[in-house]
Design a binder for this molecule. Structure first.
Ligand code: GRF
Length: 196
């Protein structure tokens, strides 16, 4: 029996997958204690699929109707020996059976300083539009544990960035993506595996 000492992470994504790519590369270049063994997507047209192919990471598309129950995704994760789940721009509710099975082993990133600008319907560009429209002078990212309800899990990390009157939702989004790239992979490693 060979003893796997490399933890296996699945990244769930619905969009372009820039966070998924950052996380794959981080564990290939900075921290060999884990690897992204699987990317799971709910949309056949998502950009993350092409990224996964280019990165040589298995990507499985589970269509939206199959997310109502957790059976399909739980079976896939068991088959691939997945230890941890990271939601990176994943836009579906995670089935309660999955959050229960991976309690303490699942993280999500949200592109605002929760609890502000969180909850149903607040994702991606919509968050930055609301932040700019409200005239906020600071925004940021929140990395948090995942529970059955949107964005209500315990935060494990937040980072902030200034918002100036000249900022637009697009420029705020670029600042947020830079924060995500800088912090998300390391926070995943430290939360699941401890500091290096
Ligand atoms: C990121 O802004 C993330 O904070 C939010 O959705 C976006 C995902 O972007 N949850 P990508 O698909 O990782 O490029």
């Amino acid at each position: 029996m060979t003893h796997r000492n490399v933890s296996r992470i699945a990244v769930f994504a619905s969009g372009s997958g820039s966070n998924a790519e950052n996380i794959v590369n981080y564990f290939r270049q900075e921290d060999s204690r884990a690897e992204v063994a699987l990317i799971v997507c709910n949309r056949a047209e998502a950009g993350v699929i092409a990224r996964a192919e280019r990165l040589g990471v298995e990507c499985v598309v589970i269509p939206r109707p199959e997310w109502a129950e957790a059976d399909t995704v739980i079976q896939l994760l068991a088959d691939r020996g997945i230890d941890y789940i990271v939601l990176a721009g994943f836009l579906l509710m995670v089935p309660p059976a999955l959050t229960a099975r991976y309690a303490g082993r699942m993280l999500n990133i949200h592109p605002s300083l929760l609890p502000r600008y969180g909850g149903k319907g607040m994702y991606g560009r919509k968050v930055h539009e609301a932040v700019v429209a409200a005239g906020e002078t600071v925004t940021g990212i929140t990395i948090h544990r995942v529970t059955e309800r949107y964005d209500e899990g315990a935060p494990v990390f937040q980072a902030t960035v200034e918002v100036s009157p000249a900022d637009t939702p697009e420029t705020v989004e670029a600042k947020i993506h830079a924060l995500e790239k800088q912090h998300f992979p390391r926070v995943i490693a430290e939360t699941f595996l401890g500091k290096q």
